[in-house]
Design a protein around this ligand. Structure first.
Ligand SMILES: [Zn+2]
Length: 458
């Protein structure tokens, strides 16, 4: 693999243990890893096969996206009007009706959007039906993907893949065996039961043991809102959904709870005690009117040392796949909800998108910060744009002014995958046409009518 030098960066935001921000910084990448990070003068003698002149660029660690249904939403993105209530029933109906080829195209678009916005690692929470068909897309895009076989074993009001308990366990075990560690470790496989509402305690417990045996993680939807929490409580008769998980042995260092709205003190204590982590989707919570003021607990989780990643959920919840916008939402929504500007500072929001998020997903030892020895996953932001002016505080500018549109170059595993805004793994124009066509056919086939704007289209 050719070596690479990022030279004379305007700022390098390392997120290292001292949280150093290096002005006029350089980074040397060899064999897919960061060899050296420091002042450009310190690296003046370092030679590389390729040198990127970064004097107008701000470098950050690559972003992680802890909950991102990548495989289906793009082909029907934007079809739900604001007053539809929960679109989940329709969402899963459409998802189940997709073919291999359709899922491949939708996934490609998702990967493209993630990478163009600086995400280098994402968790697809078990929604990809045809991973074999999508493997080439993961390989070509060069991204890190955390995948799983989404399973349930209980009757549910939403159409989800449902199996007999033992079959769900077997499926998960063979998925982990087949997928974990592929593509030079860029692919990881986790156990992915959907939720406590849709899975028996037997299944959840068995999947946790399967994850432990394979030295990997388990994620599930957990407290996605006040309504889901109420339903879980009435069925389980436990003091709380999280204590229920604890009581059945499904809370631990390798468990990532997605959404986690409305946790009480005892639940947060249980998570901290067990070392469980969270993936929170701030834009989904805000757009879905789920009451972050009343139910959001991000500051309390962080205060307890619980590692939290941000997620963009799905293209019909959060709609965009831009973790910079999600970090912005995380930073501003708690200030408003608590009427306190000190909540979730910009630096904390950036940690969620990088190191803290990577730690939440069990990959913090490899990515999430720019330090010698770590894998070379980097994002280079273009400051020659209006939203980056004037530049005195790169963290404030990134979290409050910018978004993923100023992502200039993205490097994963030492390989340049977005190069000065360009990529080579897919023909974008063709893909956009194909995705639109697939969406139209899918709606016609399933009889789902897309919500139109309130204004007449003439
Ligand atoms: Zn989800």
């Amino acid at each position: 693999m050719p070596s690479l030098k990022i030279d004379h960066a305007r700022y390098v935001v390392t997120v290292d243990p001292q949280r150093r921000i290096v002005q006029d910084g350089s980074i040397l990448v060899e064999d897919g890893r960061i060899r050296q990070v420091g002042k450009a003068a310190e690296l003046a003698a370092a030679r590389a096969d390729r040198v990127i002149d970064a004097r107008h660029l701000v470098v950050t660690p690559g972003f992680v996206n802890g909950h991102m249904h990548i495989s289906y939403g793009h082909v029907v993105r934007g079809i739900f009007p604001d007053d539809v209530g929960s679109p989940l029933g329709t969402v899963f109906k459409l998802q189940l009706a997709m073919t291999e080829e359709e899922e491949h195209a939708s996934t490609l678009l998702g990967l493209l959007e993630l990478l163009k916005n600086g995400t280098v690692c994402f968790v697809d929470p078990g929604s990809t039906k045809f991973p074999d068909a999508c493997l080439q897309a993961y390989e070509d895009a060069g991204i890190r993907a955390i995948l799983g076989d989404g399973v349930t074993d209980l009757e549910a009001p939403i159409p989800l893949p449902r199996y007999a308990t033992q079959e769900a366990i077997n499926r998960t075990a063979s998925f982990l065996k087949a997928w974990h560690g592929r593509l030079n470790g860029r692919l990881r496989a986790w156990a992915m039961p959907f939720s406590i509402e849709t899975c028996t305690a037997d299944l959840l417990g068995a999947l946790k043991r399967v994850a432990d045996d394979h030295d990997t993680c388990l994620t599930l939807h957990h407290n996605s809102g006040a309504k889901a929490r109420q339903e879980a409580l009435s069925r389980l008769g436990s003091p709380s959904p999280t204590q229920y998980l604890e009581s059945i042995g499904v809370l631990g260092r390798n468990v990532v709870l997605a959404h986690v709205l409305g946790l009480d003190e005892a639940e947060m204590d249980a998570m901290a005690r067990a070392g469980a982590t969270a993936a929170m989707c701030p834009v989904t919570a805000a757009k879905g009117g789920r009451g972050v003021g009343e139910h959001g607990r991000l500051p309390e989780l962080l205060a307890r040392g619980v590692k939290v990643a941000l997620g963009c959920d799905s293209p019909n919840n959060c709609n965009h796949l831009d973790i910079v916008r999600a970090a912005n939402m995380a930073a501003i929504q708690y200030k408003d909800a608590r009427q306190d500007m000190k909540q979730i500072p910009a630096e904390t929001a950036l940690e969620l998108a990088t190191l803290t998020g990577a730690q939440a997903l069990g990959v913090g030892h490899e990515i999430g910060s720019l330090e010698a020895g770590k894998k070379a996953d980097l994002v280079l932001f273009d400051t020659q744009r209006p939203e980056w002016q004037a530049l005195f505080n790169p963290i404030n500018n990134l979290v409050y002014n910018a978004d993923g549109r100023s992502v200039h170059t993205v490097i994963v595993d030492g390989r340049v995958v977005i190069d000065a805004y360009r990529q080579t793994f897919v023909d974008e124009t063709r893909l956009y046409g194909k995705v639109q066509e697939i969406g139209e056919k899918l709606l016609a086939r399933t009889g789902v009518t897309p919500g139109r704007p309130r204004w007449p289209i003439i």
